[in-house]
Design a protein around this ligand. Sequence first.
Ligand code: C2E
Ligand code: CA
Ligand code: CA
Ligand code: CA
Length: 268
Amino acid sequence: AKADLAGAICYYEPRMDEAARARRALVQDIWSAVERKEFELVYQVQKSVRSGETTGFEALLRWNHPERGRISPLTFIPLAEECGAILRIGEWVLRSACAEAAAWDEPHRVAVNISPAQIAHADLVPLIQRVLEETGLQPSRLELEITESAIMSDRRQTLEFLHALAGIGVSVALDDFGTGYSSLDTLRSFPFSKIKLDRAFITEIETSDQAMAIIRAILALGRSLGIPVLAEGVETRSQLAILRTEDCDEVQGYLLGRPRKPIFAVAS
Ligand code: C2E
Ligand code: CA
Ligand code: CA
Ligand code: CA
């Protein structure tokens, strides 16, 4: 079934160009990467703007390919989504992030990215419950990050999913807000614990009045709905200063810390 799925999206064509050939080879490698232990998680700190305290860590996936070296998730996540391997990889990410966080010396929250396909196809809530039991991680220490594309497909299913998670004490952040199909209705209709303002706006915070206007609007929206807003991709002190002036709740980005293995992680 694996071979069929992988083959179905990258079928052979005589005139297939080099890029398509490389893609196809990568898709075949994805299926075996979990067993070969080629994946790894790094963690990026999230901080409160007001207190400077750490509020959590986002788990980010890395693929150490034996021949190609480290491959960016921006390259392989879309491929894994197309060929179906994302379900298997996503389960590995969830289990590994919970197990690693449970072993940390400091009880910080860990945020895990969830692909739309995981919500649509897998029995995700029972899986999460099982993983929490297996790893002993407190449910309140787990936060899932989902994008609006996961919601667009099936609103009722999404609502059931979010309520089930709230029932077991797991929170959900709305990722990459402001891009794609962002709608105010989404925020009003679903119980999100956090809004993650997309990096694209922060990048332009000093150069674009439009970006600044959108940031202000989203911060105001978060305040009126009582949902904290986290700004992604903060790289400079001046960006942080503006976000502080605008009363943004949390920040994440290279200025605060690069994704890495946390120093308080217990060496296994
Ligand atoms: P994302 O969820 O928006 O994650 C944030 C990305 O921004 C990460 O890229 C992070 O390294 C990068 N970043 C953080 N701070 C800065 C900054 O100050 N400047 C710049 N230029 N970039 C910054 P990364 O790790 O390459 O991940 C890219 C995307 O891949 C993620 O975007 C997410 O959509 C996806 N991804 C990563 N790990 C997973 C995973 O475990 N599961 C799923 N489904 N997707 C994942
Ligand atoms: Ca994310
Ligand atoms: Ca994001
Ligand atoms: Ca993003």
